[in-house]
Design a binder for this molecule. Structure first.
Ligand SMILES: [Zn+2]
Length: 419
């Protein structure tokens, strides 16, 4: 069998197309697969304007190239001057679609599928290096597939939603990410972190067969903007302040106590400044060095140590099995923190006192955690999901790129997507 015939079969071109010639370009280490139509094409074509089956060959469009999978470590490209047909019924002239064309210009479907597989495993830049393509070209393919698949998503079963902020650090574009807590997938990312992002989400629900009234539970942090947005757009939803955000507020308060104490107590300053990580972690995740440091610190009564114990106690409240038990534990905790804060004339426990006030003010939403069947576990994993997304989109920090990568990584989309 001659090589052209072999390639015709590999490319699954069918009867309507044939490989006319293979050109090996030694200088470029590249194979050009020149493809042209056969007369059979016109018996298969129908007019894209009026659907009539009476199309005849008219002329050819300028030659184009499509990057294809490598052949024996040589880059390969399909080269074709696509035929233009004339409809005998409506007289319109159009360019025939290449059956091998992917969703983005200049790539074949097979190449796109392979590139997407690599992009799932590594940063886009790295995939570009391996494939010998610019990362811009790979991003274009990613955008095309993500957009097409995302538009087709149905959100009709979405009833429990979580929202969190990506890019909390200054100097980045804030993104609010909405997730389906049951299906454990990212639904939507919207620029901003104000109440308005909830209006956008409500509108987008409508575009995907969902409805704001169907949403019965929303898990968020305690930002007033989010609470306002939920109240205004999701009247049927119970607000849940998820464990991760409640605990991280208290962790922040402990850190404030530590910094205050380091400023106030010269003898403890060095120890406190060198141990900042210790207080942010749980004892079971301490390294040996951190454990040793803790033992040393225990010789000295520190207010930070007391604040830390308070935080661990709050975490324990989450082991409650019923909502009544949980209410009791949170109330006892608030009382304890307040009593200690008042007894301490130095005022070093003020941040903890504020944390207790915050817990008390948001208690109903915090207790909604014990609502039957609700799981906010997916919320806790969001931070690592966000870091993974940023890693893969390295060098591309704009909202557009981060959003596309988020959907690609965690949207559970069908990709590659060929409708
Ligand atoms: Zn026509």
């Amino acid at each position: 069998m001659i090589p052209e015939k072999v390639f015709q079969q590999i490319l699954a071109l069918g009867e309507a197309w044939r490989v006319a010639r293979m050109d090996y370009q030694e200088n470029e280490q590249r194979v050009l697969i020149r493809v042209e139509e056969t007369p059979e094409l016109w018996s298969q074509e129908s007019c894209p304007h009026c659907a009539a089956k009476t199309v005849r060959g008219y002329d050819h469009a300028p030659e184009r190239r499509w990057r294809h999978l490598n052949v024996c470590q040589l880059q390969s490209e399909i080269v074709c001057a696509l035929p233009r047909g004339e409809c005998q019924s409506c007289r319109k002239i159009y360019t025939v679609r290449a059956p091998w064309e992917g969703r983005s210009r200049g790539l074949t479907q097979e190449f796109e599928a392979f590139a997407l597989t690599l992009m799932r495993e590594m940063p886009v830049k790295k995939a570009g290096e391996i494939l010998g393509e610019t990362d811009q070209k790979l991003w274009r393919a990613l955008f095309a597939h993500v957009d097409a698949a995302w538009k087709e998503l149905s959100w009709e079963n979405v009833i429990w939603v979580g929202a969190d902020e990506m890019n909390r650090k200054k100097g980045h574009n804030y993104l609010t990410v909405f997730v389906d807590l049951q299906a454990k997938r990212v639904l939507l990312a919207v620029e901003g972190k104000d109440a308005g992002v909830w209006e956008r989400f409500a509108a987008e629900l409508g575009n995907h067969n969902g409805h704001p009234r169907a949403i019965t539970m929303v898990a968020i942090d305690m930002s007033p903007a989010y609470q306002k947005g939920v109240r205004e757009n999701f009247g049927n939803a119970q607000i849940v302040f998820d464990k991760f955000h409640v605990v991280s507020q208290v962790v922040k308060a402990v850190d404030e106590v530590r910094r205050k104490e380091a400023r106030a107590d010269a003898s403890a300053r060095q120890q406190l400044e060198r141990s900042s990580w210790l207080w942010r972690k749980n004892p079971e995740t301490w390294t040996t060095t951190e454990g040793d440091r803790w033992t040393q610190l225990q010789d000295k009564p520190l207010v930070t140590g007391l604040a830390y114990a308070m935080r661990l106690e709050l975490q324990k409240a989450y082991a409650a099995t019923t909502v009544e038990q949980a209410r009791n534990r949170f109330e006892t905790w608030c009382l304890w923190v307040r009593t200690e804060a008042e007894a301490l004339t130095s005022g070093l426990l003020a941040p903890m006192r504020q944390a207790a006030d915050m817990v008390e003010r948001h208690l109903e939403g915090i207790l909604a955690h014990w609502q039957q069947g609700l799981t906010t576990a997916f919320m806790e994993g969001l931070n690592s999901l966000f870091s993974a997304t940023k890693r893969k989109a390295r060098g591309y920090r704009s909202t557009e790129y981060q959003t596309a990568m988020l959907y690609f990584v965690a949207g559970k989309l069908e990709i590659p997507y060929y409708a």
